[in-house]
Design a protein around this ligand. Structure first.
Ligand SMILES: Cc1cc2nc3c(=O)[nH]c(=O)nc-3n(C[C@H](O)[C@H](O)[C@H](O)COP(=O)(O)OP(=O)(O)OC[C@H]3O[C@@H](n4cnc5c(N)ncnc54)[C@H](O)[C@@H]3O)c2cc1C
Length: 451
């Protein structure tokens, strides 16, 4: 029987394992951490189940939503109001998250910016709709939209407020990225879908999706090895028609497999790879990640107001780019008399905060949170800091073209390793699932397995 190793128990690795299993292939999934999900994480703090990382999922996430339904959690997908707010002139101005149409009418943006959004940006996105695809982001490169940053494009085509008040907080909060190093094409993809999107949250937390996929994998006879970091992956030469086997070394010893799906953040892979095609090593070296930091605060009472996400335009704060008010997400907290905030750092300081003690991070971020939530310090019952040195892949100008090159030139060659991970599509749960499904397809066809 064909045996495949999958490295990484995030949504990329889990969706790849499940897809392989559905073709009758035996998979063994190695996860370094003690639980599944990776950055699709739900944690319990002070008696409340909270998502410190991925929060919301758009209706365009077809593969992620299908997977959630497929594992029997469809009823836990809750449509959320998507109410957001921009902090400007000392108060919160409500907008609908990501929606250009809503931004065009929001008091949070200057009049000129709103006019340009409605009169220029919305028609631009409609014109380019065909080039702006979440499942084929490289199309934006072919359309010439990947050559400059969204900061450069936005300042030239719209104005500075578009970049600082709209692009900056959105990229900072949800992608740990800044307008200066993000491809205009990638932002246009987000904005295109934002024109008409329904947002969902997962009742019970996004981590429950990972746990459920894990249970399904076990039920179907697959293996899950938690707390099993892979230390070394050694590829061996095969015949012209069949790639050679691959050896996986963990602390428990070495095992041989017919193939491997590496579903972990790209920078973690090269140091453990032996015998990989040179082109693959070169391609991986071009992938960069932003660190990300989130501070979770549980509160003794719910927060007033209606908005879920409060974003801070560039220059108004140093440490905090956005606050996600959990009790206004659209799914109730387990205790309705309590509250919880997830506070995301600005992209400029994430690299510093990621190496700091939790107390220092709290001391730096809390005063800025208090500027928008007066008196919050007295309501905090617990605080926890989450750090992701590999928070989100950098979708830098030219990166979408590189992703296109990956699919066209296949740097994996005919080896028995295939890559998966959000960096192959875009930093979202949909990007992760798309990459896992595509990896399962590539490996089965390379190993000539007919499931
Ligand atoms: C702050 C933040 C907010 C976000 N918000 C959203 C959002 O609202 N909506 C959305 O769609 N997306 C969001 N995202 C993005 C989303 O969380 C990720 O794109 C997605 O979860 C990535 O999945 P993955 O499987 O590619 O990687 P990961 O989830 O990182 O999985 C990789 C796994 O590999 C494991 N691993 C690493 N090294 C080894 C090893 N040596 N051996 C074995 N296992 C190993 C890791 O422990 C991890 O579990 C957010 C991301 C961040 C950082």
């Amino acid at each position: 029987m064909t045996r495949i190793a999958v490295i990484g128990g995030g949504l990329a690795g889990l969706s790849a394992s499940r897809a392989l299993q559905q073709r009758g292939i035996h998979t063994v999934l190695f996860e370094a951490g003690s639980r599944l999900g990776g950055r699709a994480l739900t944690d319990e703090l002070d008696g409340l189940r909270i998502d410190p990382c991925a929060q919301l999922f758009g209706s365009m996430y077809e593969n992620f939503l299908a997977l959630v339904r497929d594992v029997g959690l469809g009823e836990q997908l809750v449509r959320v109001p998507g109410r957001d707010a921009l902090w400007r002139d000392g108060r919160a101005h409500e907008v609908v998250y990501g929606s250009v149409a809503s931004m065009a009418t929001s008091g949070g943006l200057p009049l000129f910016t709103r006019l340009r959004l409605g009169g220029m940006y919305a028609p631009f996105l409609a014109r380019h709709a065909h080039d702006l695809s979440i499942s084929a982001p490289e199309k934006a490169a072919v359309a010439g939209l990947d050559n400059e940053s969204i900061a450069a494009w936005g300042e030239r085509e719209i104005d500075e407020a578009f970049v600082s008040a709209l692009v900056y907080p959105q990229l900072g909060a949800y992608y740990a990225a800044s307008p200066d190093d993000t491809s205009a094409g990638f932002y246009h993809i987000l904005a295109r879908y934002g024109m008409d999107v329904t947002l969902y949250a997962v009742n019970g937390g996004v981590g429950s999706v990972a746990e459920r996929i894990g249970s399904r994998i076990l039920e179907a006879g697959g293996e899950l090895r938690l707390s099993s970091p892979v230390r070394e992956v050694t590829l061996t030469d095969g015949t012209p028609h069949q790639p050679g086997p691959v050896a996986i070394r963990t602390d428990a010893g070495e095992e041989t497999f017919d193939g491997v799906i590496a579903a972990l953040p790209a920078p973690l892979l090269p140091p453990m790879l032996r015998g990989a095609p040179e082109g693959l090593q070169r391609w991986l070296a071009e992938v960069r990640y932003h660190p990300a930091v989130a501070l979770v605060l549980t509160l003794d009472t719910p927060t007033s107001g209606r908005f879920f996400g409060l974003s801070f335009p560039r220059g108004t704060t140093r440490y905090v780019s956005a606050v996600a008010v959990q009790e206004h997400k659209g799914i109730p907290l387990s205790d309705r008399n309590r509250g919880a905030l997830v506070v995301f750092s600005t992209p400029e300081v994430a690299g510093t905060l990621v190496g700091m003690e939790s107390r220092e991070v709290l001391d730096l971020m809390l005063p800025e949170v208090a500027s928008a939530f007066p008196g919050i310090e007295k309501r905090v019952t617990r605080a926890r800091v989450y750090r992701w040195p590999e928070g989100a892949p950098v979708m830098y100008p030219g990166y979408l073209a590189r992703v296109g090159g990956f699919r066209k030139d296949s740097p994996e060659g005919d080896s028995s390793i295939v890559l998966a991970g959000d960096y192959l599509y875009g930093p979202s749960v949909e990007g992760a699932v798309l990459s896992g499904l595509a990896a399962a397809d590539r490996l089965t066809s390379r190993l000539r397995i007919h499931g």
